[in-house]
Design a protein around this ligand. Structure first.
Ligand code: SF4
Length: 323
């Protein structure tokens, strides 16, 4: 198939204790039936407000978090069925870059040891290891001699470049980018995004790009999935999603992006009423109904199906039945 990854009905609930006098264990339904696919060589953007479950989806696909149920098909094999040793075998193919480069780099390790570590762990540390590390540093816009320095000698942007070089060390096919530029200065963000784009072409990478920042997602993604309270509510090609968003939640998210054009009136902004409900007891039916300005009778009773409305544009909303 053209898909590198297919996720079907992925679920992950985190148990939490109820009140101090309660023995019942409640569950945060962080990811509650997510299905999506990522094509070879593409970037799928995954957006949503904090707490919507997007990070849990990213980590679950890599099985850094153990999902409760669902399928994770990587190169036509369901890796949910994999045991530890099989997982170890395919792990080099799937990497992750985290938001904060500072907490993911050990300050006592030299850059050479940091980037070389995955090679050592996977016994890929041949005689040419230094040479490889030098090449990786070049690929991420650093100097090969930087390998003898330590993380504190670099700026935040440079440290993120080191993290990206480490993620590339084992020639992965797939990288989860979890808010990779959110901790960086705006001026540095675009440099890193450009670099990620170049690396994708150079190394034939497939990305899952997780971000709450729609502008950044638009820039990098071929297709975008929008999450709300543990579910994907809309998934479409980037252009279609930004030009004609169909789900009321996506419409509200997009309208909140600052529009530099003063001719666009303030009144065209859709203000989302209320807070995101808790994922412990998500609203029945459509989870967005408590904040949706189009809410109908059916919406708090029946959960809308996630349906293709044409052109691989998927939407979970009862309004689509009326079209
Ligand atoms: Fe709004 Fe109903 Fe659509 Fe949910 S299903 S987004 S409540 S119109």
């Amino acid at each position: 198939t053209e898909n590198l990854i297919e996720v079907n009905d992925l679920k992950k609930y985190f148990p939490i204790k109820g009140g101090i006098f309660s023995r019942t264990v409640e569950q945060v339904k962080a990811v509650d039936g997510v299905s999506l696919s990522i094509k070879k060589g593409e970037t799928l953007g995954l957006v949503g407000e904090s707490g919507c479950g997007k990070t849990t989806v990213g980590r679950s696909i890599l099985r850094l978090i153990e999902p409760d149920s669902g399928e994770i098909i990587f190169e036509d094999k369901d890796i949910m069925k994999y045991g530890r040793s099989e997982l170890r075998h395919i792990r080099p193919n799937m990497q992750i870059v985290f938001q904060d480069p500072n907490s993911s780099l050990d300050p006592r390790m030299s850059v050479k040891d940091i980037i070389g570590e995955p090679m050592v762990v996977n016994k890929k540390n041949g005689a040419d290891m230094e040479d490889k590390i030098g090449k990786l540093l070049k690929a991420v816009g650093l100097n090969p001699v930087d390998m003898y320095r330590y993380p504190h000698e670099f700026s935040g942007g440079q440290r993120q470049r080191i993290c990206i070089a480490r993620a590339l060390a084992l020639n992965p096919k797939f990288i989860v980018l979890d808010e990779p530029t959110s901790a960086l200065d705006v001026s540095v963000q675009s440099q890193i995004l450009n670099m990620l784009e170049d690396l994708q072409k150079e190394f034939g990478l497939t990305y899952l790009f997780i971000s709450h920042n729609l502008i950044v997602v638009k820039y990098l993604s071929d297709r975008v999935a929008v999450m709300y309270l543990g579910k994907v509510v809309e998934l479409a090609k980037t252009e279609a999603l930004f030009d004609s968003p169909m789900h009321p939640y996506t419409q509200a998210l997009l309208s909140a992006i600052a529009v530099p054009d003063p001719a666009v009136k303030r009144s065209q902004r859709i203000i989302l009423e209320g807070d995101v409900p808790t994922p412990i007891n998500p609203p029945k039916g459509c989870r967005f109904h408590t904040r949706c300005r189009y809410k109908m009778d059916i919406c708090d009773k029946v959960e809308p199906e996630f349906k293709d409305i044409g052109g691989e544009h998927f939407v979970a909303c009862h309004l689509m039945d009326k079209r």
